[in-house]
Each structure stands twice: as C-alpha cells, then as structure tokens.
Design a protein around this ligand. Structure first.
Ligand code: UT7
Length: 328
C-alpha cells in the first residue's frame, strides 16, 4: 500500500512589535546628543527605513516570541499543548542557555514535554527554521510545529556607530506549521559560506565571567549588500526549480526586510516587484523576525489568500541564505 504524501501547511500566523516606535527623526535627534550625525533623508534614501520598534529594557526575545506565538496559535485554532515542537530562530537569545525556545515553551504554559530548540542562522534564521520544521513534519515525526523568529537587536547595536544603529529594530513573528495531505511547503533551499563570517558578526563570547571580544554588531555594509543581491536571486530560482515552477507562479514575495534597495533589485529580477511585501519601512531590519512579521501583516490585511504561492527568502550573517516556497 502506498502512503499518501505529507505536507507542511501554514495554518496560523502571528506577530508582535514592542510598543516603543522610534522614527528616523527621533533617532537622529537622540544620536545628535552623542555627537553622531545622521538624517531621515539619508536613512530613507539608502535603506527605505522610516521607523523601527525597540523593546523595553526588561523585554526579551522570548517575551516577544510568546506574544507572536499566542496570535499564531489563536489563528490556527490550537491550544498551546497541541504543539509537538518549538523552534525559535534568533541571534539575540535571552541567555547563552537555556534556549529561547525552552523559555517560550514554559511561558506558553506547555507541559506536554514537546521538543524545543533555537536555530542560529541570523537573518536567514526563519527560512532555516521553516525548512527544518518541514523536514520534521514530512518525516512523520511531528504534526504541529511552532516556528518563531524573535529578535532584540537593539541590545547588540552600538549607538555610536551610525552605519549600523539606524538599520535594525526589535520584534517577533510566528507561524504554526501543520501536517496535511494538501500542500503546503513546496520546496526549500538553504546555503552557507563561513568564509564570509567576518563581514557581518558580533565577534564576542562569554568567557571567564565576562564578554571576550566585541559584544556589538559589526557590518561591512557594502560587502553584505553585494553578496546579498547575488545569492538571493540564485536561491529563489533554486527553490522554484525544485518545485517545478516558474517565477511567474509566485503570488507573493517576502524577502528578508533589510534594505529596500536589495529587496527591489531581487524582486525585479524575478519579475515580482508588484508582488513584494514591504515592512522594512515601518519595522527596520528585525533579522530572523522580519519575514514572519511581514508574512503576518500581509495575511491579516487580506493580501495573502488561501491557495496562493508565497516565496520567502533570507540572507544574513554566517554568511547564510535560503528560500522556502509554500502554498497558503
Ligand atoms: O540583515 C542582514 C543583511 N544586511 C544587509 O542586507 C545590509 C546590506 N548593506 C546595506 O544595506 C547598505 O550597505 C547600508 C545601508 C548599510 C549602507 O548604504 P551604502 O549605500 O552602502 O552606504 P555607504 O556605506 O557606502 O556609505 C555612504 C556614506 C559614507 O560617507 P562617505 O564616506 O561617502 O563620506 C558613510 O559614512 O554615507 C555615510 N553614512 C551615513 N550618513 C548618514 C553611513 N551611515 C550613515 C548614516 N547617516 N546613518
């Protein structure tokens, strides 16, 4: 007897942004008090960012992840205890350990002993987590998986470095993936090249009771820009090819929201400029949280509908990149 195929379907999305919204103008004024010069004009022209949200001092990635997860569970019509696996993509975990996923599990009141772990692929983290969850579901290991991207990048920003501190924001997004006989995730492609680890990094570690090295984000913006444009187009085509689809089959493109110029360039090459979901203008770059945040916005405002094909693609530190193509 042949077994019918198992697919992973998105049955719920949710997101959370911390209350404190900071516009470019407000940030420029704050930075000016430190003698750092920047402007709304520069930030908008170079990145498309107009505002970002920053977490409260006592608010952590797991706190925001939990809020996003609750909304995704609610949309899915599931109780938290029906979750079999929790994955949190984050580069700004609450602690060195335990994992943010374990903290999310207990904060959601889950007592079923489900598996929980973090994924560290920086801004590609959500694509990595979706692809990993898909493999767990298709293998039959798990039925309901909570996939979260959550970041408090404000904690690792050097507010004396104008080349990076104007770019990032905080937030969380989540999806519930569920086993189904209907598609679902159609294909995914993940890649990494560690030889570029030095162009985007937080080159510090905890040792002997203190941080050794640097605890602030460093980025060679132009090097990242060039690499990002190159790999994003390639990986999108790879995912399409695996699914046996042409670029014209994409209904919605949700790239990692880092820079509108990078996003537009990739979308144009795919002929999908009109199909791109943009939240970088209001969220800034929220790393692993940016894609699920944008996905939730476009699902809840009615743009993304059941049966449509969505391409997500991420690129970031590591260097890492990846794409996941799925049918809603
Ligand atoms: O999430 C992971 C992926 N990350 C990315 O995709 C980010 C990729 N990189 C980028 O988005 C862009 O490279 C940046 C937005 C970071 C920078 O844009 P750029 O067009 O590459 O600018 P640049 O680094 O070439 O800097 C141009 C000028 C410089 O001045 P000079 O040397 O021409 O006099 C900078 O000092 O802009 C200056 N500058 C600023 N001016 C005002 C840099 N940051 C600022 C600032 N405000 N915040």
């Amino acid at each position: 007897m042949t077994q019918s195929a198992i697919y992973s379907r998105v049955v719920g999305t949710g997101s959370y942004l911390p209350a404190r919204r900071v516009t470019n103008q407000q940030l420029a004024e704050e930075l000016a008090t430190r003698g750092i010069e920047t402007s709304d004009e520069w930030i908008v022209a170079r990145t498309g960012i107009q505002a970002r949200h920053f977490a409260a001092p006592d608010q952590t990635s797991s706190d925001m992840a939990v809020e996003a997860a609750k909304r995704a569970l609610d949309m899915a019509g599931l109780n938290a205890d029906q979750i079999d696996l929790i994955m949190v993509a984050t580069s700004t975990p609450d602690f060195v350990f335990p994992s943010t996923a374990c903290l999310v599990q207990t904060k959601l009141g889950i007592t079923n002993g489900c598996a929980a772990f973090d994924i560290q692929a920086v801004c590609s983290g959500f694509a990595y987590a979706m692809a990993t969850a898909d493999n767990f579901i298709r293998s039959g290991a798990y039925r309901n998986v909570l996939v979260i991207g959550a970041e408090t990048f404000s904690r690792i920003l050097d507010f004396n470095d104008r080349t990076t501190c104007v770019l990032f924001g905080d937030g969380a997004g989540a999806v519930v993936l569920q086993a189904s006989s209907e598609p679902g995730i159609l294909s995914s492609a993940l890649h990494a090249d560690g030889s570029h680890s030095n162009i985007l990094c937080v080159p510090g570690n905890v040792s002997g009771g203190a941080v050794q090295g640097e605890a602030f984000l460093y980025m060679d913006g132009q090097a990242v820009f060039k690499l990002a444009v190159k790999v994003l187009e390639k990986v999108a085509h790879e995912a399409l090819e695996k699914a046996g689809l042409e670029a014209s089959a994409i209904d919605w493109l949700i790239p990692h929201q880092a820079n509108l110029r990078i996003m537009t360039s990739t979308a144009r090459k795919l002929g999908a400029e009109e199909k791109m979901v943009v939240t970088v203008d209001q969220h800034g770059n929220t790393s692993a949280a940016s894609i699920p945040l944008a996905l939730d916005v476009a699902v809840r405002d009615g743009r993304i509908k059941a049966g449509q094909n969505v391409m997500i693609e991420g690129v970031g530190g590591g260097f890492t990149w990846g794409a996941v193509l799925f049918r809603m």
